[in-house]
Design a protein around this ligand. Structure first.
Ligand SMILES: [Ca+2]
Ligand SMILES: [Ca+2]
Length: 207
């Protein structure tokens, strides 16, 4: 009987170790606070984690000299071999004025308890990439706040942006759409690509 109990305890011990290690290997950084994932792109398909659609957009799709193309890639920001990210290949080099980028609905999000938007971005070394890019967050009344994200490199990097930094957005508790903008007047180089992954809210600002 005693041996049976020891075997059982040993089995439980091994099981607990297995569960805790298998969950911690690819877990994102842990926070003291709360966290809400908007998009991890790991399914390699739409919608995002809050049931929102997303894709690329172009100011003037009839202008074939400019474009923005979104594709899923296996290069996951958190290093999960089963994960995915998206790659945005842009061209704002056109004789006409142009801008394009990426849009994503976040209508299902109640951000009342959150203070910070986090996003992972990486430049594509081969295609070329901008060191900064314009972000927009629109509330449910379409009031848009803008933020210039600076410091993109060719390595995955997490950017923590206080929701208050999106100046112009009024209803910060109800973000309705997240946008990335490539602009012919500002984005350099005019053709390039960036990777984007793991967009989430936290109630702790942690750089
Ligand atoms: Ca991912
Ligand atoms: Ca072009």
């Amino acid at each position: 009987m005693k041996t049976g109990l020891v075997v059982k305890l040993a089995a439980i011990f091994v099981f607990v170790i297995f569960v805790t290690t298998s969950f911690s290997v690819f877990a994102p950084r842990t926070y003291a606070g709360r966290e809400l994932v908007i998009a991890d792109f790991d399914s390699g398909t739409k919608p995002n984690n809050v049931d929102g659609d997303f894709g690329s957009w172009e100011k003037d799709p009839s202008d074939t000299d400019q474009s923005c193309v979104m594709e899923f890639t296996e290069d996951d920001a958190l290093g999960d071999p089963a994960g995915s990210s998206i790659r945005l290949r842009y061209d704002v080099d056109s004789p006409k004025g142009c801008y394009n980028g990426f849009w994503m609905r976040t209508s299902g999000v109640d951000a009342t308890d959150y203070t910070t938007l986090n996003i992972y971005v990486k430049g594509d070394k081969e295609a070329g990439y901008p060191s900064e890019v314009k972000l927009e967050l629109k509330d449910r009344n379409r009031k848009a706040g803008t933020y210039i994200l600076k410091g993109i490199t060719d390595k995955w990097k997490r950017f923590a942006i206080p929701l208050n930094s999106f100046r112009g957005m009024e209803d910060k508790a109800h973000p309705d759409e997240f946008v990335i903008v490539f602009e012919d007047t500002k984005t350099r180089p005019k053709k390039g690509a960036i990777y984007v992954d793991q967009i989430y809210l936290t109630n702790v600002f942690d750089m």
